[in-house]
Design a protein around this ligand. Structure first.
Ligand code: FNR
Length: 371
């Protein structure tokens, strides 16, 4: 169907399923084991309800915000997802271009199918990009990647901490990852691969399962980029990250692709915010230590719930993969335009002229919270 018939982010998924190769669909859509967490990620948002305010002047509404000190037109970013060329020949570049057009930030994956330099070069002057990092067993390789990223102007390093081993994504494992695949990873230092267990496992054998808290001091010593842990799932770990002086955490279960029965990011957010307040008297959103959430976000209303609860911004993954797989850059652009329209309307209906007005009292979390 033509793009103007696409009304929401779910529509991209339905179309992508029909037009993508079986292998690409399996890799993008799959999640771990019985995919319970993947389903829960989206479902968790359905347990949160709004408490909108009336009779507020919402003639002008502004949903722009600041992420790690950088302007963003919306409180979202495009999160890192590997192997963009499985879905479209231009791969991650479609996201770079769409991000530029819409004033949002792209997180570049370690396992991009375009090279890091290609993705950075495709950015407009001043366009902000982050890097997602898988830590190599060979730390010299990791050091080169990190320092090169900093030199190239990357504004934040998101270290993935929920994947010491890749989850069993059985849809993906049923597909063989063959040698002729055009989406071969271009990133340096990914090492030799076992291709018998699907795309995800084929590309991930270099990741160091020995990565530990003590290594974070080393990261601080090799870069001045803000460090953020991606994949935090309990308040105790968020607090450790805070105490280490990191810039923030992403409360995430990797889109349900790692530990099945991990909780949704939005529920962990409620826990983290409550414990930080109780133990340290810290409130969110907070400039010094920022909370991000990802997983299952498909509507501006989902984003606004996370923002109300204290998140600085929310990461969105699969909807952009489906959008560019079906329609290339225009698809990704359209996905962002849809979100933008949804923000405008929902800010008005909530009675929130700016993002600062989206406060905890705007949501009812009695169905999810025991904190
Ligand atoms: C991911 N994700 C991911 N995360 C990461 O840190 N490194 C990576 O290489 C990838 N690769 C990847 C590939 C694909 C196909 C998907 C769907 C996801 C996880 C991603 O950053 C994010 O946590 C989730 O995608 C968020 O959930 P939604 O928005 O996809 O539901």
């Amino acid at each position: 169907p033509p793009l103007d018939e696409i009304l929401n982010l779910h529509d991209f998924e339905a179309i992508a399923k029909q037009v993508m190769t079986d292998k690409a669909w399996a890799y993008y859509s799959s999640a771990a084991d019985d995919e319970i967490t993947n389903r829960e990620n989206h479902a968790a948002y359905h347990r949160i309800w709004f408490r909108p305010k009336i009779l507020i002047d919402v003639t002008e509404v502004d949903w722009s915000t600041t992420i790690l000190g950088h302007k963003s037109s919306m409180p979202i970013y495009i999160t890192a997802t590997a192997l963009g060329k499985l879905g479209h020949p231009d791969g991650e570049l479609t996201l770079t271009r769409a991000a530029a057009k819409n004033g949002v930030i792209q997180m570049i994956p370690t396992l991009a199918s375009c090279s890091f330099d290609e993705i950075v070069s495709a950015a407009e002057p001043g366009q902000v990009q982050f890097l997602q990092l898988y830590v190599n067993k060979d730390r010299a390789i990791t050091q080169r990647i990190v320092q090169h990223a900093e030199e190239q102007g990357i504004k934040g390093l998101f270290i993935t901490v929920d994947a010491p081993q890749l989850g069993r994504r059985e849809k993906d494992m049923r597909m063989k990852f063959t040698d002729e695949d055009p989406s071969e990873v271009k990133q340096a230092g990914t090492g030799s691969v076992d291709r018998s267990q699907g795309a995800a496992r084929a590309i991930s054998s270099f990741i160091d399962p020995g990565l530990k808290w003590a290594d974070l001091d080393w990261f601080k010593s090799i870069t001045k980029m803000p460090l953020i842990l991606k994949g935090v799932q309990r308040w105790e770990d968020a607090l450790k990250a805070y105490d280490l002086g990191l810039a923030g955490v992403v409360l995430s279960n990797h889109g349900g692709r790692q530990l099945d029965f991990a909780r949704s990011g939005i529920e962990v957010l409620v826990e983290v915010v409550s414990k930080f307040k109780e133990i340290r008297g810290i409130t969110f959103p907070n400039e010094k230590f920022q909370l991000f959430v990802d997983g299952g976000v498909r509507r501006a209303t989902d984003v606004l719930k996370a923002v109300a609860l204290g998140a600085t911004a929310v990461g969105i993954g699969r909807p952009f993969l489906y959008a560019f797989s079906a329609y290339g850059t225009e698809g990704a652009d359209k996905a962002l335009k849809i979100l933008n329209d949804e923000f405008e309307m929902n800010m008005r209906l909530l009675g929130a002229p700016t993002i600062k007005d989206v406060t905890p009292d705007m949501v009812d979390i009695s169905n999810i919270s025991s904190h």
